[in-house]
Design a protein around this ligand. Sequence first.
Ligand SMILES: [Zn+2]
Length: 400
Amino acid sequence: MVLVKNYGKSIIQNKIDNNCNFTKHNILICKYCNERNFRFVKKNVTRFRTSVNIIRSGKNECHICNNLFQKTIYAIQNDITNSQYFIKDNQEKKIDIGTSLPLFLFEKEDNLRSLFKIKGLPNIKNQYNNILRSEIMKETGCSIDHLNPDIRIQVFIDSQFNYDIKYKTRSLLLLGKYNKYQRGLGQRINFNNLNNKKKIHEERSHSHFTIEDIILEYLYVQTGSKNIKIAWSGSEDKNSLVLGNGRPFIVKIDSPQFRNIKKILDIKDKLRLIFKEIQMEDINKYYQYKIQINTLINIIEDNLDKVDLEENISKLIGDIRFQINNKTIKKKIYSSSYKIIDDKNFEMKLLLDNGIPIKQLIGGKEFIEPCLSNLINKKCECLFFDIDEVILNFKDGNHL
Ligand SMILES: [Zn+2]
């Protein structure tokens, strides 16, 4: 009685009405539920004088799934393949699709399976996922990758068979490099200076204050992401140019709608950006590089002395130490040369590790060893410096 009572009132009713004879009871199921459960299983079972028969029906509502398959699969597949993730971007993708079905469907299937002693077959959710996946693969040409898909699609279906589809795309990690051809363009958005962030944000949308603004605006439009973070690897003065291979930086783009972005942005005489997709494990090597700089130096006290320069500028080459947040940092200077302009000013070219504070190296207001002002024993200052070249420390890193 326990087994049969889950089968609904009609079985029990039939049993009471035909107390002495066998009663026939038919259970109508759809082709999907039939294929899943009864392909290799006998469709008839007798319990307590009731003969229960499984009948495949195309017209009536399915006893197990309430016609879930017919009612939802096509609509969901259609919504997914026509979503922005597929129609605007023809790139081949790896996807994963999962569904969440209402609990009563599992309960109804389990009850029927226990009556017919069906074990070890895929359940309603397995079959639903398989059909949905293969339909979408057919339509879009995508392949399935459960571990590391470009897009994870989760379909939520409620008891009324209303559904909601959520998309999450794999983060996109980019190596960027920028060349700066215009003086006065700062690198980063400085939120410390913003008293009224909202007001400044509105003004910001009409003009670009910093390189960061330009990069973010470009990548938000290109990728359709809602969250983008830049990790810088050093900075230069607002008035410095950045030439040569450009300064590298890393960008992490959360859940991008489009991965196939235009990799170069050229704003004539102002800024050039280049991007390349990289892997997480490679990030650190892009932070280690040398820069070749050209500085203009002014002697504040006294006049320039050619002999002083000749004797001392080469002493900058070698190890250099300075402090950041009470920590001593060690870096290297690899070459130095100079050119006298007049009796107060000269140019100096240096090849050095990224991250050495240039103005401090020349003026020496805070601890740095060696320091140009101390070496020539004359107080001097860096009027400005440009980055002529950027050389990444690993092989092939300079070619994007
Ligand atoms: Zn069904």
